[in-house]
Design a protein around this ligand. Sequence first.
Ligand code: NDP
Length: 244
Amino acid sequence: MKQVAIITGASRGIGAAIAQRLARDGFAVVVNYAGNVVEADKVVGAISAAGGTALALQADVADAAAVRGLFDQTIAQLGRVDVLVNNAGIMPSNLPQLSATDDDTFDRLVAVNLKGSFNTMREASTRLEHGGRIINFSSSLVGTLMPGYSAYVATKAGVEGMTMILARELRGKNITVNAVAPGPTATALFLDGKTPELIERLAKMPPLERLGTPEDIANAVSFLAGPDGGWINGQTLRANGGMV
Ligand code: NDP
């Protein structure tokens, strides 16, 4: 039986690249999505066409009952869960400074990025197989501290904190818990609402002078999910071309 990886938010962007990479690595993958069934089905189709095993499952990670259902359906259809990649996340374009951030924006960021990661980690902590891996998603903005990102960074710093504590709480289960913190990466989440000049300026920030690609980030996740990453635990890996 193949090992099984759930990738949240895998219909587009970084999550779609992770699903395809982990399928190539030999995992049966669950392509979770919130609303975009057409894109999720395309990812499943590409994986199947390449000889891999994939299944699209809808679940809003902010909804604890839906997340329980995501794990139930995965185990019913694929038999087990070995890897959880907590990639689903939102970042509204043109976030204002803290003084102008409205309640809805703050609450939605917390619900999806922070509570969503909590919901999936809580399920994973009791349902992952021995030897399992949990890979969370932070952001290099936790390090750059650019004005305008206070609410978003609050959620990602919280994810880093939970990552380190859950790694310790899972002592004895042989399950690692780490986070990946991308820098600017060419997906809708980063590109939407930015001028070409701003994108160019941000792309030049890392010493490697380009935007990350979803595949750059998928490579880091593949390392943490695979045999070579087995000794890494309770860490945040910043994948950002050296920006911070
Ligand atoms: P995208 O906006 O390109 O894709 C987001 C994905 O998450 C989609 O598949 C979307 O599904 C899914 N999603 C959104 N909300 C939910 C939800 N409530 N429940 C389940 N799935 C959901 O984002 P990226 O690929 O750029 O981002 C992936 C992760 O990387 C995020 O955690 C983000 O914070 C982080 N990150 C990204 C950076 C970047 O520059 N791109 C930089 C640093 C961190 P659907 O298609 O159904 O809407």
